[in-house]
Unconditional design. Structure first.
Length: 201
């Protein structure tokens, strides 16, 4: 989490400095600082609303065999290229909000647990991917942008949205990378249980 906070802080400082130095409307250093905080707050609120809305949807809408949750060959190569296996443990995991942590498999032989893990991963993938397009909504809050009397929707709203998109999509990459491993564990457990039943019979 600290890494995310540092990235947001550095990005905010860069956006602030560039607006103070190069914004042609010269709206004032205090105005830019407040605008940055407002846009960050709006991104957080929208991310939370997307997450809450998707979590309210029935579990049957998020089956493990759904095509959108499959890790294709091209996608797997892309994840390797950007180094997902190297930094996946450094991205904050927010399982505390749902009461189920997804940063480590703690009970690999319990299929009830693995099934819940997969379901939570599918929910998480949907939440993070859908949060990306909704990140652009705060840009349009600056209604004065359309009249030419203000431009912070472009000079502040856009970079804040881009940073949010990047940070919000990284956990989805990690969850999708881990999902094939979880599915294999689940299937292996089923086969193990089947062999055990046959021996007992």
């Amino acid at each position: 989490m600290m890494g995310y906070i540092v990235i947001i802080l550095i990005a905010s400082i860069i956006v602030y400095v560039f607006n103070c130095l190069f914004n042609p409307l010269h709206l004032g250093w205090g105005y830019y600082a407040i605008a940055i905080l407002i846009f960050i707050a709006l991104e957080v609120i929208i991310d939370a609303l997307v997450a809450l809305s998707i979590r309210k949807m029935p579990a049957k809408w998020f089956p493990m065999d759904k095509k959108s949750y499959e890790l294709g060959k091209v996608e797997k190569k892309f994840y390797k290229f950007i180094g997902v296996p190297l930094w996946k443990d450094k991205v904050p995991e927010l399982g505390s909000f749902t009461g189920f942590h997804k940063n480590k498999v703690t009970n690999p032989y319990d299929n009830e647990y693995i099934g819940r893990f997969i379901l939570e991963a599918c929910y998480g993938i949907s939440i993070h991917f859908w949060s990306v397009p909704f990140s652009i909504l705060p840009i349009f809050i600056d209604y004065q942008m359309w009249t030419g009397s203000n431009n912070v929707g472009l000079t502040i709203g856009v970079p804040v949205a881009i940073v949010n998109m990047i940070l919000i999509v990284l956990p989805a990459f990690i969850l999708k990378w881990n999902l094939p491993m979880l599915k294999n564990i689940y299937k292996n457990n089923l086969r193990r249980e089947e062999r055990k039943r046959k021996k007992e019979d």
